[in-house]
Design a protein around this ligand. Structure first.
Ligand SMILES: CCCC/C=C\CC(=O)SCCNC(=O)CCNC(=O)[C@H](O)C(C)(C)COP(=O)(O)OP(=O)(O)OC[C@H]1O[C@@H](n2cnc3c(N)ncnc32)[C@H](O)[C@@H]1OP(=O)(O)O
Length: 355
């Protein structure tokens, strides 16, 4: 099935192909950047989202303080912010994943916006990765939905028409690292002294699980085969300077700097992030996002897809198998035991910290 609607991002035509056989609830958005031979895939959307765009209806905006994500847009600079807001650690639950995808789509539907900063309302944790409680003794119904929602976040972020900048204020293990790697640019905070260094990386093997192929390959594409192979096997969490050296992040910032961007940030940041207007990571993230926003969008999107369309197509084709594999693996008795042990250690650490 295919239909054509006016593009929300330009005067071009967008053609939508429903690929039922590959991904029943998804569709590819095919964007004609110039002539038909340059047809490129921007992103995949759920059928529900596509129907809404086709009817030109705005998606619901998550903006209240107790929402799982908070967003705001600054049309003058073409930059938006999407901040995860699930205390205490922005661990990724089914609902948080869905909120990220929905809010990203909502921002994308504003033609004046070209860049988005992915941030956290927690100044010391970007995201603690998957909510481990989703993985322990899960229900047969919720587990595949949960995994699908994570796959969708990856597809939406990695294939977004927007330039995506990760403002990594603090820790970003496992799926938290995946969120950052799915963006176009990563800025990490250098930490507050040796004892409080944030870390980023795929630490899954330390939990007795393995990153799925699409996540592992994301690291391979970011830092290269051999370093990624080793980091994945060891479950390496990189502190800021090592993350920079390895290429996991593009920039590490520590120094407080006053900047002309402070005023724009006051207008751009949602209320929950107002304390971050003079945060150096946020300032640099804004400057980078504004820089991307000045590039002609059709050229920027076409160039992004040169490196991303193949892996996104692969993801769509293997998605169902990936879900089956994940559910089988996570519910395995040995894996459940490992996860329980890990959570126990995490709780003990938390108790020790509080006492
Ligand atoms: C086939 C498999 C697919 C695999 C794909 C992805 C795998 C994952 O993403 S698994 C998740 C991996 N994440 C982690 O291992 C991180 C665990 N957390 C931590 O190491 C620390 O919490 C962190 C360094 C992020 C932050 O440290 P602190 O600032 O010291 O905070 P606390 O440790 O006190 O944590 C605060 C609070 O949050 C709870 N928490 C932390 N992480 C998670 C999580 N991933 N899921 C659920 N809950 C989490 C932690 O227990 C504390 O709770 P309270 O004690 O109730 O305050």
């Amino acid at each position: 099935m295919s239909s054509t609607v006016d593009s929300p991002i330009s005067s071009s035509k967008i053609q939508i192909h429903q690929l039922d056989r590959l991904a029943p609830r998804s569709a590819f958005l095919l964007f004609y950047a110039g002539h038909p031979p340059h047809q490129t895939m921007i992103s995949s959307l759920s059928a529900r989202h596509i129907a809404r765009i086709a009817r030109q209806q705005p998606l619901r905006l998550f903006s209240s303080q107790d929402s799982l994500v908070v967003t705001n847009v600054h049309e003058e600079s073409g930059v938006a912010v999407l901040a995860m807001n699930r205390p205490p650690a922005n661990s990724l639950s089914l609902e948080l994943n869905e909120a990220i995808s929905t809010s990203l789509k909502q921002i994308e539907s504003n033609p004046k916006i070209q860049s988005v900063i992915l941030a956290s309302s927690n100044p010391t944790i970007f995201s603690a990765g998957l909510d481990i409680t989703e993985l322990i003794s899960p229900s047969d119904e919720r587990l595949p939905k949960f995994w699908n929602s994570l796959q969708q976040v990856y597809i939406d972020l990695y294939g977004s028409r927007l330039a995506t900048v990760a403002a990594i204020q603090g820790h970003a293990p496992a799926a938290g690292c995946m969120l950052a790697l799915a963006c176009d640019y990563r800025i990490m905070h250098g930490g507050h002294g040796e004892e409080h260094l944030p870390t980023i990386g795929f630490n899954e093997t330390q939990l007795g699980i393995a990153a799925p192929p699409w996540m592992g390959q994301l690291m391979v594409r970011t830092i290269g085969f051999r370093p990624a192979e080793r980091a994945l096997a060891l479950g390496t969490l990189f502190p800021p300077s090592e993350a920079l050296n390895a290429g996991v992040v593009d920039d590490v910032i520590t120094e407080q700097s006053s900047s002309e961007s402070n005023e724009v940030l006051k207008a751009l940041l949602p209320e929950a992030l107002q304390s971050q207007t003079s945060n150096p990571v946020m300032i640099k993230a804004y400057e980078e996002a504004a820089c991307y926003a000045k590039i002609p969008p059709q050229a920027r999107v076409a160039s992004k897809l040169v490196t991303r369309s193949e892996s996104l197509k692969e993801m769509q084709m293997t998605r169902e198998d990936d879900t089956q594999h994940f559910c089988g693996f996570i519910t395995h008795e040995v894996v459940q035991k490992n996860l329980m042990k890990y959570v126990e250690k995490m709780k003990q650490r938390g108790k020790a910290k509080k006492s």
